[in-house]
Design a binder for this molecule. Structure first.
Ligand SMILES: Nc1ncnc2c1ncn2[C@@H]1O[C@H](COP(=O)(O)OP(=O)(O)O)[C@@H](O)[C@H]1O
Ligand SMILES: [Mg+2]
Length: 407
């Protein structure tokens, strides 16, 4: 058992004890600054809910579903990804929480990964690369990265960047991220910009960290934990309501934009950790919605070419279980200029040109599938713009002429 202080930058949040063999929080002690407790973790009568904090802590570790995680853990001689958290003091490149050993006087400035270099050993192992002969350094922001795709943080030209791979035979996610960036660019949707790189013949997407030493990402999941959802309220409404209560500006517009993008690219995995809001870690003030990120699980990424066609069943998240129902939540299409996408197919062809994974037949099917979705969206947006027809009884014919004068 080791004693730590849960920290938020240099603000002490609470005392906690960590069971170092299981990687779990075994007890939570005194709370120093309740306002800095991670968003969505209940504090009752000055006490943090230990179960919820443990879930949050475990949620910081690499998910057990991460591709290739078993082999990576073997190489690091560890039995569980939770054990990596303590090795990097729980530090992340997506928020400003960490744990400071009780007997260790170190400041956040000295340890955070935004301003201090970090080893890429863990990242390389996670990507399946062989570790060198030197001892492996486990002080890495990769220990706290979410998601199931193989990925690593790296420093390129002094900027923190996330390198992400693809999955399956088509390895389509990196191409999709680039395509989604292009669509967002055309439609003026605030987004993380992804570009393509090829390493050892495999495609990867690279994007810059959209979090700075001053800010942090609060995912929609935790935003929605800030209040109990009443049964008669939809998930979409609940998200908007929670954001409003927290004082996050610009959410309705951002959700409209995200839903339009996800309809266009047929995104199948916009779960509640794949979008969220940004707040300032020091002042706790909400800046606004996070830019759109992680749009790779889209464009029929895991479907064979024959199933890239209209009418094929697709998963939809986070608000409704079909894309047709979900796009109905868009409250305003006035900002949408579909004609800005007139060159999108050409761009898609360009993105996958020369790919060993997306061949010509697949590329053509993707273009056809995408074109159909653009056409559908255009119809949906047009019909939404029509003024609602009001059936006003004031103008009703008072007496049916057919019967007047007849006996
Ligand atoms: N550019 C970024 N800046 C900061 N944090 C990021 C960035 N991209 C992703 N993240 C964080 O890393 C997590 C995993 O990345 P994501 O792109 O969602 O991977 P996956 O496709 O495997 O789900 C995200 O849920 C988010 O918390
Ligand atoms: Mg994700």
């Amino acid at each position: 058992m080791k004693q730590y202080i849960l920290m938020h930058q240099d603000t002490p949040v609470a005392e906690l004890k960590l069971d170092r063999t299981a990687g779990v929080i075994s007890s939570v002690g005194k709370v120093f600054h309740a306002a800095h407790v991670p968003v969505g973790i209940p504090v009752r009568r000055g006490m943090i809910d230990r179960g919820a904090l443990n879930e949050w802590w475990r949620g910081r570790s690499i998910p057990a579903s991460r591709m290739g995680i078993k082999e990576a853990l073997q190489k690091m001689h560890l039995s569980d990804t939770g054990l990596l958290l303590e090795k990097c003091l729980g530090l992340s490149l997506s928020d400003q929480y960490w744990i400071r050993p009780d007997d260790f006087t170190v400041s956040w400035r000295q340890v955070n990964f935004f301003e201090n270099d970090f080893s890429e050993d863990v990242g390389n192992i996670l990507l399946g690369r062989e570790p060198g002969s030197a001892p492996v350094s486990l002080m890495s922001p990769d220990n706290t990265s979410d998601g199931w795709l193989k990925k690593k943080w790296t420093i390129l030209n002094g900027k923190r960047c996330l390198l992400k791979g693809g999955s399956g035979a088509a390895c389509q996610e990196p191409y999709n991220e680039v395509m989604a960036s292009y669509i967002c660019e055309c439609l003026h949707i605030p987004h993380v910009s992804y570009r393509l790189v090829t390493e050892d013949e495999y495609p990867y997407s690279v994007c810059e960290d959209f979090i700075t030493p001053d800010t942090e990402l609060v995912t929609a999941w935790y935003v929605m934990q800030t209040a109990k959802k009443p049964n008669h309220i939809s998930v979409w409404r609940h998200y908007l309501d929670c954001c409003e209560r927290l004082g996050v500006p610009g959410i309705r517009e951002a959700v409209d934009q995200m839903l339009v993008l996800d309809y266009l690219i047929a995104n199948e995995d916009r779960h509640q950790n794949n979008f969220g809001v940004i707040r300032r870690a020091y002042t706790l003030e909400y800046v606004g919605p996070a830019p759109v990120y992680d749009s790779g699980t889209s464009l029929w990424f895991d479907k064979p070419v024959g199933l890239i066609r209209p009418g094929v069943k697709m998963t939809c998240k986070p608000f409704k279980n079909t894309h047709e129902e979900q796009v109905k939540l868009v409250t305003d299409f006035d900002w949408l200029d579909i004609s800005a996408l007139s060159e999108a197919e050409e761009i898609l062809r360009d993105i996958v040109k020369g790919s060993l994974f997306v061949d010509e037949a697949r590329c053509e099917a993707l273009c056809r599938g995408f074109r159909y979705r653009v056409e559908q969206l255009e119809k949906i947006a047009l019909s939404a713009k029509k003024p609602v027809f009001l059936d006003d009884r004031k103008f009703d014919v008072k007496k049916d002429q057919a019967y007047s004068g007849k006996a």
